[in-house]
Design a protein around this ligand. Structure first.
Ligand code: NAD
Ligand code: 6OD
Length: 484
């Protein structure tokens, strides 16, 4: 049995908090025991992170940090199979996904932010003064200090490094609280940090739960200078409340109930391929995934039929097998939540086009499996259409006009992402800017350029990360005014 400890000040440290087990979602077997961090352990991690700001890390030039970031990317690639194994055992996601998305992006995040910090300048303004001598204003970027990083379980390494890489690029130190469901890759990254010579205390990991536990200890810790969080909207509210104490900057990447819109002139092959991924990839556990699909009436039957067919083609099974295309959900608890919406859809009178149940999976009877599901026939006020389910399911609603579909797409408390499928270029531009979301993909989905601003509007978050936008969050800009 693997034991997982905290990573504090460059060392593996058994926690004094709650001990808990982690289960393999594909079989329900216990795969590791984690020693959670107590309040004192979190204290030690934050203190180590603060002390590291005063050590060699705080004196490094940008160029030196860039070299280290690139070594971190290489260090992940060098231990690719270990990261892959750890991520699959924690999440149950198929090897095809983890090897093409999670682990490569975990490494890429370090290279991207090495590029960003190496090439980003700051503003300068020449000004005139009454005596004619003039003055020069320029801006310097200072690290914010100790960053608290609180992460979810759906793309563990990817989403954690999405925040840790820019934080380190900017010269901060971090204390990471991974999800209790997925403690492994953050811990493994500690070994890579040591291997590439990152000074002790720059990267720390504390394990445990959220409210009343490690997450709360970290977000409330007065030694944390800024908080960055990805997870549910209600948790985001708690983190924001904690950040208010001490007036600390906070970045929130939260939940979604993302619409997709298919017009009758869409390229159907491309559209169905994209929708198959956006509705079902990672067993629907992607914050950007489509759970509300709006299809123009003349192609409604075709899209429903073909999407239903796609849902039925997924293959469940051993996540380590290349032929498995759908893994289990993260936990028994999460499956109960998703199933409650499957039941609600039936009670509300939905037509179940595909799925709707728990499949039997040979040799993996106890895994947290769920069928990819397509519904039609619900009214827009159904909780199935309004609330984030975070499972492999979508409801399809027909529409007649642009005006009507825009009203339905925007009628949500969330505003994370959308996709619009059409071959009419004018319509693509016209519609995409009218949807109140942070990201609109046209004829694609989850196509990421990491320099772009990433985040949500409404209850899907506050702030933007990515490229220069991450530097805005992870540094404080200071103006220097020099009288000439
Ligand atoms: P969650 O909010 O339950 O947990 C996220 C993290 O917060 C975990 O580490 C948890 O232990 C911690 N936490 C929970 N309560 C806390 C508290 N009171 N104080 C401090 N920490 C606390 O989310 P989850 O179930 O892990 O992830 C799924 C959710 O994340 C979905 O809503 C999904 O949409 C969202 N998500 C959003 C994005 C995005 O970029 N917008 C990306 C991925 C996931
Ligand atoms: O690609 C990213 O940078 C990102 N933050 C993806 C989020 C996916 C949500 O599940």
């Amino acid at each position: 049995m693997k034991t997982i400890a905290n990573f504090i000040d460059g060392r593996s440290v058994a926690g004094h908090g709650e001990k808990f087990e982690n289960r393999y979602p594909a079989t329900d077997e216990v795969v590791s025991v984690i020693s959670g961090a107590s309040r004192e352990d979190v204290d030690a991690a934050v203190n180590a992170a603060r002390a590291a700001l005063q050590g060699p890390w705080g004196k490094m030039s940008v160029a030196e940090r860039v070299v280290i970031l690139r070594k971190l990317a290489d260090g992940i690639q060098a231990r690719f199979d270990e990261f892959l194994d750890a991520e699959i055992r924690d999440t149950g996601k198929p090897v095809s996904i983890a090897s093409h998305i999670d682990i490569p992006r975990g490494a890429a995040n370090f290279n991207i932010f090495a590029d960003q910090i190496a090439t980003t300048g700051t503003e300068a303004f020449e000004m005139s003064t009454p005596d004619g001598a003039g003055a020069l204003n320029y801006v310097v970027r200072a690290p914010r200090g100790v960053i608290g990083v609180i992460c979810p379980w759906n793309l563990p390494l990817l989403l954690m490094t999405w925040k840790v890489a820019p934080a380190l690029a900017c010269g901060n130190t971090v204390v990471v609280k991974p999800s209790e469901e997925t403690p492994s890759t953050a811990t493994l990254l500690g070994e890579v940090m040591n291997a590439v010579g990152i000074p002790n205390g720059v990267y720390n990991v504390v394990h445990g739960f959220g409210a009343g536990s490690t997450g709360e200890f970290l977000s409330n810790h007065p030694g944390v200078d800024a908080l960055t969080f990805t997870g549910e909207t209600t948790t985001g509210e708690a983190i924001m409340t904690a950040a208010a104490r001490g007036v600390r900057p906070v970045s929130l990447e939260l939940g979604g109930k993302n619409p997709a819109i298919v017009f009758d002139d869409a390229d159907m092959e491309q559209t169905l391929e994209g929708l198959g991924r956006s509705c079902f990839a990672n067993t629907g556990q992607v914050c950007l995934g489509t759970e509300r699909l709006y299809v123009q009436r003349s192609v409604f039957d075709e899209v429903v039929e073909r999407l239903g067919q796609k849902a039925k083609e997924y293959r469940f099974g051993d996540p380590f097998s290349a032929s498995t295309t759908m893994g289990p959900l993260i936990s028994a608890k999460h499956r109960s939540k998703v199933l409650s919406y499957y039941n609600q859809a039936r009670e509300d009178g939905a037509t179940v086009i595909a799925g709707g149940d728990v499949p039997a999976v040979a040799d993996h009877d106890n895994g947290y499996w769920i069928e990819p599901t397509v519904w039609t026939g619900l009214t827009e006020d159904s909780s199935v259409i309004r609330e984030e389910i975070f499972g492999p399911c979508t409801h399809v609603t027909p529409f007649d006009s642009e005006e009507e579909v825009l009203a339905m797409a925007n009628d949500s408390p969330y505003g994370l992402a959308t996709s619009v499928w059409t071959t009419n270029l004018s319509r693509a531009h016209r519609v995409s800017r009218q949807i109140d979301v942070g990201i609109c993909w046209v004829n694609s989905w989850f196509l990421r350029d990491l320099r772009t601003p990433f985040g949500g509007s409404k209850r899907s978050g506050i702030g933007r990360e990515g490229g220069i936008h991450s530097l805005e969050f992870y540094t404080e800009q200071r103006n220097v005014c020099v009288k000439l």
